[in-house]
Design a protein around this ligand. Structure first.
Ligand SMILES: [Zn+2]
Length: 212
């Protein structure tokens, strides 16, 4: 797992650098709504981080989704525009909450079944879902829940699980789906061709949302 992470991280770095060199235009899409109170010094929580299943050989196996989610959030926390100076370009800074109730973003890892989605983000204001039938928030929101569907993802590669969690987290921050590419964004509707972590364009989108 560590080897895969380091390799994918390098690929992601190269992709970000190539984006900086080759593209000037922004392609991110915003919901136009945002997290009330901003993204600085916020917390997240993971329900049921360890998924245990019976494999085809009859043995029980455990997948720690919490690890992939932690990496995905850390990728957002570490979003930078200068790898050498490590200058942070966003105020995104999420740490693990001390309990579920105090968390701003709650991941729920569960067997949702054959839903057609691997991950889904829900937006709340004062406990009321503000997305209605559509996935996009219709108001600014104070809490987000993210469903991670283990039924459809437990056999995917490590980097895909990280991309998936990072993609849903991008929605939580206020990014809609990216349409365009190549180069592709973490916010592609279909994560299979998405990079490992947020691209420079994804970061610019979040900066724009929380710049004022
Ligand atoms: Zn999405």
């Amino acid at each position: 797992m560590k080897k895969g992470f380091r390799f994918a991280s390098l690929v992601s770095t190269l992709l970000v650098l190539s984006l900086l060199i080759t593209t000037a235009a922004s392609a991110f899409t915003l919901y136009g709504k945002k997290l009330i109170g901003g993204v600085k010094d916020r917390t997240y929580w993971v329900d049921n981080p360890t998924y245990i299943f019976k494999d085809s050989d009859g043995t029980y196996k455990a997948i720690n989704y919490g690890t992939y989610i932690d990496i995905a959030v850390q990728n957002w926390n570490n979003s930078v525009n200068n790898e050498n100076k490590f200058e942070r370009t966003t105020d995104v800074y999420f740490t693990k909450a001390k309990d579920r109730a105090s968390a701003t973003v709650i991941f729920t890892v569960a067997e949702y079944g054959n839903t057609g989605w691997d991950g889904k983000t829900f937006f709340f204001k004062d406990g009321v879902n503000v997305a209605g039938q559509s996935e996009a928030p219709t108001k600014d929101y104070d809490k987000v829940t993210i469903g991670i569907n283990v039924s459809l993802t437990y056999k995917t590669e490590d980097h895909y699980k990280v991309s998936l969690a990072g993609h849903e987290f991008g929605h939580a921050l206020g990014l809609d789906h990216f349409s365009g590419g190549p180069p592709y964004s973490l916010m592609n509707k279909y994560v299979s061709n998405a990079p490992f972590g947020p691209t420079a364009d994804d970061v610019t989108g979040v900066q724009k949302i929380y710049s004022k």
